[in-house]
Design a binder for this molecule. Structure first.
Ligand code: ADP
Length: 261
């Protein structure tokens, strides 16, 4: 049974000359982990926002478990570390996460008792930041803060976990750790991550979706993603979306990228 379904989904922003997401069909099964890669302006974030329900499609349907009007507690978004409550402790940030993204204000007003302290602490331990449970997040490094953001989403136990560039600006070791943390939680849950580092995507994910100009350009396992696929993905964006090649994340060594030759 499909967990997340995009069925002929189109979304345009007011005043835009072309849709940010154009007639996209895509399904994700329970337990799958999917990386979405592509140039800046491709529509990747819009795709995630459609999946969380923060945006509604102009046409087509987004379903969760087949439901076109799903309970949005089924999805948890890893916010960028900048969205943490700076003056609150790590544990407070994680607990506010259990109230869901729509309830941030309510979360601020409620007394901060963990709903499931055991689980929150387990996850903080797995993330290697349990010792900071009582520390204000503004005292932490960028990598530690990003781990807090991940735990905050994981503690919600939603079936669909989404993250937009969770490894942006982090060193390779910390990036690996963040992705390990997110994928360790899988089981019957699914993970969709927008990621600009192609190497990291190829190493970590079982399915790679190349997205540009608002559409899916390829959708395959990493072993079948060729250097030409990656080149085309960024070249097409230069002509269809007006992006420049300068925005491209250059693969460093392409360990999993097969040559088309
Ligand atoms: P990506 O995440 O791949 O960089 P986005 O989904 O953020 O792409 O953006 C896709 C397109 O939609 C871009 O052309 C962007 O400028 C435009 N866009 C994104 N958000 C808005 C918005 N709130 N209002 C108007 N246009 C937007």
């Amino acid at each position: 049974m499909t967990l997340l379904g995009f069925h002929d989904v189109t979304k345009s922003y007011d005043g835009a000359t072309r849709p940010a997401v154009a007639d996209v069909s895509l399904t994700v099964d329970p337990g799958e982990d999917v990386a979405i890669v592509g140039p800046s302006g491709a529509g990747k974030t819009t795709l995630l926002r459609l999946a969380t329900g923060a945006l509604r499609p102009d046409s087509g349907r987004v379903t969760i478990d087949g439901d076109p009007d799903p309970d949005r507690t089924q999805t948890a978004l890893v916010y960028q570390e900048g969205a943490l409550l700076e003056r609150r402790s790590v544990l407070s940030n994680v607990v506010v996460g259990t109230l869901g993204s729509q309830s941030r204000l309510r979360g601020l007003l409620e007394p901060l008792y963990p709903r499931d302290p055991e689980r929150a602490i387990q996850l903080l331990e797995r993330a290697g930041i349990a010792e900071y449970a009582d520390t204000r997040v503004d005292q932490l490094s960028s990598g530690e803060r990003q781990r807090v953001a991940c735990v905050r989403a994981l503690v919600q136990e939603s079936r669909l976990l989404l993250a937009d560039e969770p490894t942006a600006n982090l060193d390779p070791t910390t990036s690996q750790r963040i992705l390990d943390l997110l994928s360790a939680a899988l089981d019957d849950r699914s993970l969709i991550v927008v990621i600009h580092d192609i190497d990291l995507a190829l190493e970590h994910f079982e399915r790679i979706v190349g997205f540009s100009g608002g559409t899916v350009r390829f959708d395959k396992p990493p072993s079948r993603v060729s250097a030409a696929d990656v080149d085309r993905l960024f070249d097409e964006s230069a002509t269809t979306a007006g992006s420049t090649r300068a925005t491209r994340a250059q693969p460093r060594s392409k360990p999993g990228v097969q040559s088309d030759q």
